[in-house]
Design a binder for this molecule. Structure first.
Ligand code: ZN
Length: 148
């Protein structure tokens, strides 16, 4: 591939990070996610043509390339797909140690998040809760699901 042949991020805006409301709340692709988060509702995109769910938000369907997607609430249940404990302070808002995890929502998409309120190893069931932030919508985080 010739140098410069790969599109730059500015030519592919959907490649930009979409993980923080402070930088992406006004982005039309991600704004519905943050608007729902502000009312403590976790939503993901679903394709009205092929039915595929996806997260993180994109302007097209990963399964069939449809350019129209709908936003649907998820049930809040998930399974821990990967997790690691962070022992170094990298964010003033997060007191180490804390757990960064990828959870697989029951609807299918995976979400990078934190595990709070207990230990949840890979494969454990977790449930949605929210971490409040000053001046920004709350973040969806997950807590171990209590055995019944
Ligand atoms: Zn589709």
């Amino acid at each position: 591939m010739a140098s410069g042949a790969f599109p730059t991020p500015s030519a592919r805006p959907w490649c930009l990070a979409v993980t923080d409301a402070t930088t992406s709340f006004g982005d039309p692709t991600t704004a519905p996610f943050w608007t729902a988060a502000a009312r403590r509702e976790l939503v993901v995109q679903r394709c009205p043509f092929c039915g595929a769910f996806q997260h993180y938000p994109r302007p097209f369907c990963l399964s069939c390339d449809a350019a129209e997607l709908e936003w649907v609430p998820v049930g809040g249940g998930a399974t821990v797909y990967a997790a690691t404990t962070v022992h170094l302070r990298v964010d003033p808002a997060l007191e180490p140690p804390y757990v960064v995890a990828v959870v697989e929502l029951d609807e299918g998409p995976r979400l990078t998040t934190n595990i709070v309120g207990g230990h949840a190893p890979i494969g454990a069931r977790v449930r949605l809760t929210w971490r409040d932030r000053d001046g920004a919508p709350p973040l969806p985080v997950f807590t171990p699901e209590l055995a019944s």
